[in-house]
Design a binder for this molecule. Sequence first.
Ligand SMILES: Nc1ncnc2c1ncn2[C@@H]1O[C@H](COP(=O)(O)OP(=O)(O)O)[C@@H](O)[C@H]1O
Ligand SMILES: [Mg+2]
Length: 150
Amino acid sequence: MKQFVHLVKPRDIEHGGIASAEIKRELREWGASAADARRAGIIAFEGEMNLIVYADHGGTIQVTLSREWIEILIADDGPGIGDIDLAMTPGYSTAPAWATNLGFGAGMGLPNMQRSSDEFEMHSHVGQGTLIRCRIERRGHDAARTGQAP
Ligand SMILES: Nc1ncnc2c1ncn2[C@@H]1O[C@H](COP(=O)(O)OP(=O)(O)O)[C@@H](O)[C@H]1O
Ligand SMILES: [Mg+2]
């Protein structure tokens, strides 16, 4: 089992996507298939952008790779989400102008994270923060061992 953690700084939209690209690269290095790493990359990217845009102190992305699954935990101590169902609605966004001016805020991040996950769980408390757990069941995780294409 392998585990690594990335810190994401608040409001640092210039560097948005760096942590998730790094996560994708690390997963590939440790034997995840291209397809699994790509799904993990989508989840990590959307999580990373939300940490940058909404979490006043930024947050962390923790990735665990086992033989059977990849788990991604995204945690922050930001403002939290009052209505999770509303936040999960495709197209719903409270992105501030500085983010929408740069093309962010389509309201598809959380739906994309859920769609890319086999298990998706979100916990949030207003004034305390948000924790999202995404799990991907690895497909083709035997590929590296047997030398077959994933
Ligand atoms: N970590 C977070 N902390 C507080 N609010 C969040 C967080 N992540 C998402 N949200 C809320 O959920 C909404 C939907 O998020 P998302 O689906 O990623 O779309 P977008 O980021 O484009 O608005 C956000 O606009 C915001 O209101
Ligand atoms: Mg988002």
